[in-house]
Design a protein around this ligand. Structure first.
Ligand code: UTP
Length: 404
């Protein structure tokens, strides 16, 4: 067994990870070999991360004005779907929040100034508004990483779920993938442990299947899932108007989008790729795409995604058979140095491999781009200061009348 693993690692030119094998007890050796066997080592091949893009064309959004005109109608449809128990929410909270430099789950960060106000609390408060309006709980699934699952659950318990109904909350952990240094070499995080990282926010549906959450979805007959990021403290969750607009459009998915602040804003833009809904990253856009305008003066590629999507569950089931593209992200990853000492790097030092939720949009037949006002619904907490930071999110919370 030990020999076979060693041979495999040699073949992959990764035998250095076996360095401390003889120092490990029999149990530790077994655990190490089990970990290696369970890891998806295909990420080590360069082709794993190559993605060829198709032909892009613009996708126009249902604008704020159009939504305002039909608000009552959309809301009615959305509230009805929620009351019929057809809508669930999935909170993506498995990220490492390395830019924020906060060691605990990002949702447990206190964004308050004069009082305690945690990121998870902001999200639950927002969801509670819908609960009050619809007079029913919305099933909430919270994805964590393997490492932050216990802290997340403990935090919710300690805070009494911020008034949410515990019976309507489920936690599940996403999977991990190996990380590599800049030479493509696996790293150790212990003498008998390969350094791994959560496999990106695109893994949520497959992880829901593996952890038994899809069975719960089927049992409680959820038909639509609203998926959203933990770090937007103004995030509107299970927004009845958004849900109603998507249902009314007859489309199988929806994405909340914001109009770009300027052509060069660094956001992924919702568009069509080979006729299918897709997201083009800012660095993939040509100058022509960035600056092109429609006759009405609006940018042709105008609508940035904010990681708030609505998917029809029956259509998601089909995506389980597809392998999502892997993206490499350069991050700070703890590793054992040559002297066997665990190092917590100050700067990014290694690559993690991620699938992205936005790639699930591409697997949908169509998608309603639903415009929201960024000053009311988009306050991401990515950095400590500056753009998309604790400071900017605090300002936006205040602007929206939230006491902080
Ligand atoms: P980000 O792309 O901002 O990544 O996540 P991050 O790991 O949280 O932060 P940085 O880049 O290290 O600073 C966007 C959303 O996707 C979730 C995050 O929790 C956040 O809600 N996410 C990200 C996951 O759930 N799992 C992952 O593996 C990565």
């Amino acid at each position: 067994m030990k020999h076979k693993t060693s041979e495999m690692m040699s073949m992959l030119d990764q035998n250095h990870v076996m360095k401390y094998m003889d120092e490990l007890s029999a149990d530790e050796q077994k655990e190490f070999i089990d970990q290696i066997d369970s890891l998806d080592l295909s990420v080590l091949s360069a082709d794993a991360t190559e993605e060829k893009r198709g032909e892009f064309s613009p996708l126009f959004a249902t604008t704020l004005t159009e939504i305002d005109e039909k608000r009552e109608k959309f809301k009615k449809i959305g509230i009805q779907a929620i009351q019929e128990g057809k809508v669930g929410a999935v909170l993506l909270a498995g990220g490492q929040g390395s830019r924020l430099g906060f060691d605990k789950p990002k949702g447990t960060f206190n964004i308050g100034v004069d009082k305690e106000l945690y990121i998870f609390e902001c999200l639950i408060n927002n969801l509670m508004e819908v609960v009050k309006e619809a007079h029913t709980w919305v099933p909430l699934f919270i994805m964590t990483s393997v490492d932050n699952k216990k802290d997340t659950i403990d935090f919710f318990r300690e805070h009494n779920y911020f008034g949410y109904s515990e019976d309507n909350v489920w936690f599940f952990a996403q999977e991990q993938l190996p990380t590599v240094d800049t030479n493509g070499k696996l790293m150790l995080s212990g003498k008998g442990t390969i350094a791994t990282a959560p496999n990106g926010n695109g893994g949520w549906y497959a992880s829901m299947e593996k952890t038994g959450m899809l069975k719960i979805l089927r049992d409680i007959r959820v038909k639509w899932l609203n998926v959203f990021a933990v770090d937007n403290v103004l995030q509107r969750i299970a927004d009845p108007c958004f849900i109603g607009a998507v249902i009314d459009s007859g489309k199988v998915s929806g994405a909340k989008v914001v109009a770009k602040a300027d052509p060069d804003e660094k956001v992924g833009v919702l568009c069509l790729e080979d006729g299918k809904p897709s997201i083009v990253e800012y660095y993939e856009m040509t100058e022509e795409m960035r600056t092109r305008r429609e006759p009405n003066g609006l940018l042709s590629y105008n609508y940035g995604v904010i990681l708030n999507y609505l998917f029809r569950v029956d259509k998601l089931n089909q995506t389980l058979k597809v392998k999502l593209p892997l993206h490499r992200a350069f991050k700070k990853i703890k590793y054992l140095n040559d002297d066997g000492i665990l190092v917590s790097p100050e700067e990014p030092n290694a690559y993690k491999f991620e699938t992205l939720a936005l790639d699930m949009v591409k697997l949908q037949d169509n998608c309603l781009a639903y415009e929201v006002d960024r000053t009311k619904e988009f306050a991401p907490v990515k950095n400590k200061t500056g753009v998309d930071s604790v400071d900017s999110a605090r300002e936006l919370l205040k602007m929206n009348g939230v006491e902080i």
